[in-house]
Design a protein. Sequence first.
Length: 163
Amino acid sequence: MRRAEREPAYTEFVASRQAHLRRIAYALTGDWHRAEDLLQTALTKLYVAWPRIRHQGGEEAYVRQIMVRANIDESRRPWRRERPSDVLPDRPEVEPTGPEERSELFDALHRLPEQQRKVVVLRHWLGLSVRETADELGISEGTVKSHSSRGLAALEQVLAPHR
């Protein structure tokens, strides 16, 4: 596929799925700035592989898998282990977010441990099967089931008082 043929199809895909993919990235990272970086990384890698992926189909699954793996890689970096501080110099103004991005569910979701959050997002928000979730995260199906069960129980405890 030549570049002139690649560009319109890629641009159309990104334009139609970017908001959804951004929310997935936020659900994985818990931070809008990291979510933007994660999505940018995933879309760059998608562009490089676009001719092959477009021919095979499954563009969104490919991007989702890149985001999950890139997020795991990023969380292993030494500077991610730094402790956050409440006092920051010259803090930028916070962007306004839509209702779906500031909901109680997102808040509760980000209280979960990272692996439980990833499993819950992939299994119950994106609707992946146990096997697909295990493949994307590189863990066993039993681990997916236990993280899913614990994550849903924790979400229920946090969200139940609000019913």
